[in-house]
Design a protein around this ligand. Structure first.
Ligand code: SAM
Length: 230
């Protein structure tokens, strides 16, 4: 496959279904057309090294789902959560071997349990197609909290935005101890979009050591996962 994005890529399957759902539910759909393949490639590029288990939020017509499978994520290791019934139906037909769940991103642990996806444990990344910019801070916080409860330590929350800065509100980032980093910019998207990667600082358990024993030296490079892959 050519890595060069084409202006003339055909619309993804289900683009008309997507547009109809946008007419009916403009606030929750939050975009007039599905994301481009260029944006999907930039999102997938931010997966951590050796990434196996991924949750996708707001699958829509499946542009990111397709890119995740093409990247090598196994069907059984992928769960796609979609709130809209018609889009959920479309996704289930298009990706019969993926865990496609009709549910709310705010309730991921319960959704994962019901979909039979929870038993294999935490996930390496959450890739979000949600329109976070149009959501209240409260809703953003519930979604991010739910996502980070599923992520392993060092796991990544990958999000795009049509705006110039990270779409997760500053107070939400502070409340959840999140850091963000800017990823790629998709010029061939309607409208153009920037990718952001969020990670959570978690306090490490401090090992008790008897008085007078020397402190252990840290092994490894000391780099975080997010730094190590760059
Ligand atoms: C901006 S569209 C993106 C669709 C697709 N990922 C893409 O990039 O083309 C947002 C999608 O998120 C879904 N959605 C909105 N709120 C949701 C929620 N709380 N839980 C799960 N999905 C949600 C919408 O139904 C819609 O399909």
């Amino acid at each position: 496959m050519s890595s060069k994005p084409s202006r003339h890529e055909p619309p993804p399957p289900g683009a008309w279904t997507f547009f109809r759902q946008w007419l009916r539910h403009p606030l929750s759909i939050a975009a007039i057309s599905p994301s481009s393949r260029q944006l999907a490639r930039l999102m997938v590029k931010e997966l951590p090294p050796n990434c196996e288990r991924v949750i996708e939020l707001g699958g829509g017509t499946g542009v990111f789902t397709r890119a995740l499978l093409d990247h090598g994520i196994a069907d059984d290791n992928l769960m796609v959560v979609e709130l809209n019934e018609e889009l959920h139906h479309h996704l289930s037909r298009r990706f019969p071997d993926v865990h496609v769940a009709l549910g709310d991103a705010r309730e991921l642990p319960a959704v994962a349990k019901k979909a039979g996806y929870a038993d294999a444990g935490q996930v390496d990344a959450v890739i979000s197609g949600l329109g976070l910019l149009s959501m209240s801070h409260e809703l953003q916080q519930q979604i991010l909290e739910s996502a980070f409860s599923m992520l392993r330590p060092g796991g990544r929350f990958i999000q795009f935005t049509y705006g110039p800065v990270c779409p997760v509100a500053k107070d939400v980032q502070q409340a959840l101890k999140l850091r963000n980093r800017r990823g790629g910019f998709a010029v061939w998207n309607m409208p153009p979009a920037t990718v952001f990667v969020l990670t959570q600082a978690r306090s490490k358990a401090v090992e008790a050591r008897p008085m007078g024993t020397p402190r252990k030296r840290r092994s490894g490079s000391g780099k975080s996962d997010i730094q190590a892959s760059r």
